[in-house]
Design a protein around this ligand. Structure first.
Ligand code: SAM
Length: 169
């Protein structure tokens, strides 16, 4: 998967995974970080978190994953307050679209300079061009937030459902 390739490319050790569901993206990251690496996985649903935890056990990567249950914005704020700012190498955003700008800003704070941010669904099946569509509007707003921040180099890849790659300046 593309996230794994990027994690290997930049030798990432500390990874944020925002939106876990049953654990696929966290698992993919945990399988490629070094043994001393850590994936911080943020999920609000207790039910999905439990399923993900079982999958992490099955693949023997539980020791490399810190699963944090709760609203991701709050969890990211806590990480900032706990002194993690500027320490993450890679952040992957794949949760509720309305909060993408918040996840972007907090991820930026948590990433080191040169750290990489990846965002999924940034074309949203083309609906990003349909501004009568609510989620299309949310994604459009997020894309504009990324570009106008001036804090990142941005590359929107038209693969899958749209995957935006950014590097913190
Ligand atoms: C598209 S799924 C994530 C898929 C996962 N990254 C993967 O690759 O399999 C989105 C997840 O974000 C979670 N989510 C939605 N809103 C959230 C929030 N405010 N805080 C934390 N997680 C949230 C949902 O419960 C869902 O599990």
């Amino acid at each position: 998967m593309l996230n794994q390739f990027i994690i290997k490319l930049i030798s990432a050790q500390k990874v944020l995974d925002i939106g876990v569901y049953t654990g696929a993206s966290s698992l993919a990251s945990a399988l490629v970080v070094p043994p001393e690496g850590k994936v911080y996985s943020l999920e609000k649903s207790i039910k999905f978190a439990q399923i993900a935890q079982e999958n992490f056990k099955k693949y023997e990567v539980s020791d490399r994953i810190n699963l944090i249950i709760g609203d991701a914005s709050k969890s990211l704020e806590h990480l900032c307050q706990e002194g993690h700012s500027g320490t993450f190498d890679f952040s992957y955003i794949d949760a509720d679209k309305t909060n993408y700008p918040t996840y972007f800003n907090l991820s930026l704070q948590l990433l080191r300079q040169g750290g990489v941010l990846a965002v999924d669904n940034t074309l949203f099946k083309g609906k990003v061009f349909d501004l009568d569509n609510r989620v299309g509007q949310q994604i459009d707003n997020a894309n504009k937030t990324f570009i106008s921040s001036g804090a990142v180099d941005v590359l929107l890849l038209n693969i899958g459902d749209g995957y935006t790659l950014m590097r913190k300046r």
